[in-house]
Design a protein. Structure first.
Length: 226
């Protein structure tokens, strides 16, 4: 049996706690994918670049903390619980490509634009790269959306049934997902950013878990993987 140090769970907790907070804040100030007019360019490009730098860092931190969350509950997870981990990891990993596009391409693509015609041509190119059929972004979104629809409720159910950590983050996670599938703009605008606070909640539990509770977890965490 492999023993996982309690410090690893605390590290994972801090990664989840901070990444959840950062992603939530950034999602609320996140701009549209392209500027609406030339007048917006002066603040659109730097805002888009730096918010996506923050997202790239935060999602990387989340991916670092996610294994600890699952390992902490491994004794109570079924195989389909681990499947949710793989699916969520893939979703967030590929989602970072969106951030990379804006970090490196926007300062170049939107440079020296002075007319609305130039802006429209550039905006059309950006959306074509990200969403048009025949381009990588289109197939990536086609793949990630159904994976996310399966992975998110699967994660909540798996962690609720694991009965290792508090059941409340898992319950709220499932409820938020139910709200997210309601096709309204307000749900996506407000509920989607708030859904990342679930990772902050789990991170808080892992980071500040008492030694008495964490000690047996470190001894049992990887039993199912051995």
């Amino acid at each position: 049996m492999i023993s996982v140090p309690n410090a690893y769970f605390r590290f994972s907790g801090w990664m989840l706690l901070l990444s959840g907070l950062i992603i939530t804040v950034v999602q609320f100030i996140h701009l549209e994918d392209v500027p609406a007019s030339v007048a917006e360019l002066s603040y659109f490009v730097p805002t888009a670049v730096w918010t996506h730098v923050a997202l790239f860092i935060a999602v990387t931190m989340l991916l670092m903390g996610l294994p600890g969350l699952y390992l902490r509950q491994s004794k109570g997870l079924r195989w389909w619980g681990w499947l949710s981990f793989v699916m969520i990891f893939i979703v967030f990993m590929f989602d970072t490509t969106h951030a990379v596009l804006q970090i490196y391409q926007y300062p170049v693509l939107f440079d020296n634009i002075t007319t609305e015609e130039q802006l429209k041509a550039t905006s059309d190119l950006v959306m074509k790269i990200q969403m048009s059929e025949g381009w990588p972004g289109y197939y990536m979104m086609k793949l990630l959306f159904p994976v996310m629809l399966i992975a998110l409720p699967l994660m909540g159910i798996a962690m609720l049934r694991a009965r290792i950590l508090s059941k409340w983050p898992a319950i709220v996670h499932i409820l938020l997902f139910a709200l997210l599938i309601v096709p309204t703009e307000s749900m996506m605008k407000f509920v989607f950013p708030l859904s990342f606070l679930i990772y902050t909640w789990y991170g808080w539990i892992l980071a500040f878990e008492s030694g008495a509770a964490a000690k047996p977890a470190a001894q049992e965490a990887v039993t199912t993987a051995v």
